[in-house]
Ligand binder design. Structure first.
Ligand code: NAD
Ligand code: DAU
Length: 368
């Protein structure tokens, strides 16, 4: 049995992880610590907020007295650290918050954990699991072998540089102070509760609203897409079976260029409209409702500065050492995700506060 602190538990992966953990580790107690930035939404947890094994705390990982008291009061022996600023485009518009949360915030958390777990001079049973990204490894050429744990770090965006810095701090706390850490570096996640600024939920949201579908550059940048439930399993396996001090690359063995993903989403939404004619009343601006192609909304826009060309993960080490394999195929995962966004537009509306809605209105032309 564990008493866990999950930071960033109201964000996309955090919400999925909290729900997955409550279902699969029924004896564990979970404390969620989340600052509820634009990306964090307590309403995503509303179906589990009353759960006897869950405590939700609205607070900042940089609030050292708060974190130390949570670690003591709840006798926390496992931290799974997800809290971060996570969107590459935002890190290009304004890097400061990324340094503040991802670097300073991670260091504050490590310091608090060290203080409490080591306060009597002897380490208590503990694990600090750090959730990181494949973006720390930089960008691959078309024929390069996929990233693995031995790939040298070469982060290219302020986001990936801040995550790389946090990875190094976690490593240093193990090497220098003996903290028991593991890290996972994961590829692009998709699934329910993802904020509609990331490619897949943004495209689905814009298709349904008849807004342009922005493709950066030539649309041939490649990502390795993983269903969030497989990431959650991978994190749990690294915690349970990972060797202390080690890192594990988690991926989906599922590389695809962005344009293929966007075309697939357009197609899947058309299929849903064909099967269910009532959808056109709910989404009157969607081209599929008028019998038109959703791909008519595709718009090539200026490329992201410094846009990494290709990410791919070789998960061999995770497979051999912790038994990780992705279980969800892209076909079933994306189909389930399309259905989730079709059925949960009220969630999308709720998380898009006034300023974000205005931003969408101003940035994406209406094509309906
Ligand atoms: P997200 O942006 O959806 O959620 C981040 C959460 O962190 C939000 O709930 C936010 O309120 C919270 N947060 C931000 N600053 C905080 C602070 N100072 N104190 C407490 N909470 C704070 O991010 P996500 O996509 O769920 O990603 C979670 C983690 O996984 C991040 O560390 C990210 O780098 C990593 N990751 C994400 C992906 C992906 O594809 N989304 C892939 C690999 C790794
Ligand atoms: O690889 C893991 C990373 O995946 C995580 O660490 C990040 O937190 C997560 O945001 C994600 O980063 P990406 O930059 O790869 O994801 P994003 O959804 O922003 O973009 C995916 C691809 O789609 C990328 O090549 C840029 C492109 N894109 C994105 C948006 C938002 C577009 O062409 N148009 C868009 O409007």
């Amino acid at each position: 049995m564990s008493n866990l602190l999950i930071t960033g538990g109201a964000g996309f992966i955090g919400v999925n992880l909290v729900k997955w953990w409550l279902e699969n580790h029924t004896a564990d107690n979970i404390v969620v610590l989340d600052a509820l930035t634009y990306a964090g939404n307590a309403t995503s947890l509303e179906d589990v907020l009353g759960h006897a094994n869950l405590n939700f705390i609205h607070g900042d990982i940089k609030d050292t007295p708060l974190v130390e008291s949570l670690l003591r009061d709840h006798d926390i022996d496992l931290i799974i650290h997800l809290a971060a600023e996570s969107h590459v485009d935002r890190s290009i518009e304004g890097p400061d918050e990324f340094i503040d949360t991802n670097v300073i915030g991670t260091h504050s958390l490590l310091k608090a954990a060290r203080t409490v777990w080591c306060e009597s001079g002897t380490w208590r049973k503990h694990r600090f699991h750090h959730v990181s990204t494949d973006e720390v490894y930089g960008s691959l050429g078309e024929d390069d072998p996929p990233f693995c744990e031995m790939t040298p770090y070469a982060p290219n965006s302020p986001y990936s540089a801040s995550k790389a810095a946090s990875d190094h701090l976690v490593r240093a706390y193990h090497h220098t102070f003996g903290m028991e850490v593991t890290t996972t570096n994961c590829s692009n996640n998709y699934g329910p509760y993802q904020f509609p600024e990331k490619l897949i939920p943004l495209i689905l949201t814009n298709i349904l609203r008849g807004k342009e579908l922005p493709i950066y550059g030539d649309g041939m940048n490649v990502r390795d897409w993983l269903h969030v439930s497989d990431h959650c399993r991978g994190i749990a396996m690294a915690v349970a079976h990972g060797r202390v001090g080690e890192t594990y690359c988690i991926g989906g063995r599922n590389e695809a260029p962005n344009l293929d993903i966007v075309n697939e989403l357009c197609h899947q939404v058309e299929e849903r409209f064909e099967k269910n004619p009532r959808l056109k009343d709910s989404f009157p601006h969607c081209p599929a409702g008028r019998g038109e192609k959703n791909t008519s909304l595709i718009t090539y826009v200026t490329d992201r500065p410094g846009h990494d060309r290709r990410y791919a993960i070789d998960p061999t080490k995770a497979s051999k050492e912790i038994g990780y394999e992705p279980l969800m195929t892209f076909v079933s995962g994306i189909s389930e995700t399309v259905d989730w966004y079709l059925g949960n537009q009220s969630w999308v509306e709720r998380v898009m506060d006034g300023s974000y809605r205005t931003w969408i209105e101003n940035n994406y032309q209406d094509r309906s």
